[in-house]
Design a protein around this ligand. Structure first.
Ligand code: ADP
Ligand code: ASP
Ligand code: MG
Length: 424
């Protein structure tokens, strides 16, 4: 017998038929004698629809007024998960499985006050443990908790993964199964490179880089939590037949996220990730003097804008410099507004940028001890005539910013370069 958390994402609960299939996966684990807590997302597309409704509402007038009240945003967007938790509980009950739905506040799963992107502070799991050890399946609405002001708070997009891992840590689960629409973590997004390969195992650190550099199969925060609390996370497909013999026998296909030393053979490069949520801004001929970078990035930081890659080039006359940086696409207009605001007082000749850029990253723990990985990437991209706009590196990753039109070509080129392609 084991204690398990099973998490089902949006496509896994997209309609009533899919929810019934999910119920069969849950029943299989219950029949095998396990204690089970389930975490569900909203039906596919539902959260986007709810976010759209909030954005389309009239807002408070005034230049500095917020777009909308973040507490009410949370009240609306958290509803998607509430629907699926109730529906799945009903489906389980109809199959003779004792089940009960739980909203974030009922657990309670406590968060900080950052509505819309809240962080989990504590999970008071006593009541949950009592129920599941008594044989009842807990069906938990993911993506939500309760903030210090006593209101619903959501955890940021993709946050149900984080709910699942936090609950797994709190109830001391033996494993946290993340059921999704792919059967594991691949060397790159299988929707972009058909020759991507599923990994049997991937180290927490590499998964953390993959997720933070764009592989949305797991929310970044969920990987951080799993790493800190030593939760064994297993990514698998909900599209398998729940009664398939391999699943009945407890030997599913999937990817285990685990400690580095559990992985016998370490590749130099493990995977390629990419993020389309990028924009680039360039300032031409900024007056060069001590403090110039602070004068540009200070106001952006104050506005809560996270700048990522930065390239600064000294111009020939030595009196000015060109500065290029990247930021999330959604902050592009806000950032341009700040840089162009005369009262901010940045002196430059011209400002411009693009939202049609993508960041492609090569990730691997083995890079720590191998030279030349970056040079190989730059050469391979140049052979395909792909221009690199900016570069950043760390111990275990290299990222390049390129034109969005070359995303697929760049990902596939790098995937082949590092021998990640599946044999055809
Ligand atoms: P869910 O709705 O179950 O949370 P997501 O859409 O958030 O699912 O995440 C699953 C998707 O992540 C896959 O459909 C796949 O396109 C994408 N993905 C991106 N990178 C990877 C990768 N390296 N391995 C597997 N899936 C990936
Ligand atoms: N439904 C939320 C979203 O789409 C949370 C999740 O699915 O993880 O972001
Ligand atoms: Mg997801």
């Amino acid at each position: 017998m084991a204690r398990l958390v099973l998490k089902f994402g949006g496509t896994s609960v997209a309609d009533l038929e899919r929810i019934k299939t999910v119920a069969r996966h849950v029943k299989r684990e219950v029949d095998a004698g396990n204690e089970v807590a389930v975490v569900v997302s909203a039906m596919a597309g539902k959260t986007n629809e709810l976010v759209g409704w909030v954005r389309d509402m009239p807002t408070v007038a005034g230049a500095n007024a917020p777009i909308y009240d973040a507490r009410e945003y949370d009240a609306v967007v958290a509803s998607g998960e509430q629907v699926t938790s109730g529906l799945l509980a009903i489906a389980l009950q109809s199959m003779g499985v004792d089940a009960r739905s739980w909203h974030g506040w009922q657990i309670p799963l406590r968060t900080d006050a950052a509505h819309g992107a809240a962080r989990i502070e504590a999970v008071d799991a006593d009541r949950l443990i009592e129920r599941i050890s008594g044989g009842q399946v807990a069906v938990i609405a993911g993506f939500q908790g309760i903030s210090p002001d006593g209101r619903i708070a959501t955890l940021g997009r993709g946050g149900s993964d984080t709910s699942a891992v936090a609950i797994a840590a709190a109830i001391h689960a033996d494993r946290c199964d993340i059921y999704t629409d792919v059967d594991g973590v691949y060397t790159t997004d299988p929707r972009v490179a058909s020759r991507a390969q599923r990994m049997e195992k991937i180290a927490f650190e590499e998964m953390l880089e993959m997720a933070s550099l764009g592989a949305k199969v797991l929310q970044v925060r969920s990987v951080e939590l799993a790493m800190v609390h030593g939760v064994r996370v297993f990514v698998r497909s909900s599209f398998d037949d729940p009664d398939a013999p391999a699943l009945q026998a407890g030997s599913p296909v999937g990817t285990l996220i685990c400690d580095e030393d559990e992985i016998m053979e370490q590749q130099v490069v493990t995977g390629i990730a990419f993020s389309r949520d990028e924009a680039q801004i360039s300032l031409r001929r900024v007056k060069d003097r001590p403090g110039v970078a602070a004068s540009v990035f200070g106001p952006l930081a104050q506005a809560g804008i996270n700048v990522d890659m930065i390239v600064q080039i000294i111009s020939a006359d030595d009196a000015s410099t060109d500065i290029t940086f990247t930021l999330p696409e959604g902050d592009y207009d806000k950032a341009l507004g700040i840089l162009q605001d005369p009262s901010v007082g940045i002196e430059y000749d011209a400002v411009g940028g693009s939202k049609d850029v993508v960041k492609v990253s090569v990730i691997g723990i083995g890079m720590r001890s191998h030279a030349g990985v970056a040079a190989d990437a730059f050469r391979a991209l140049s052979e395909k005539n792909i221009n690199i706009r900016a570069i950043t590196t760390s111990e275990i990753k290299i990222s390049v910013l390129i034109d969005a039109a070359y995303t697929e070509l760049a990902v596939r080129t790098l995937h082949s370069l590092y021998d990640l392609d599946a044999a055809s």
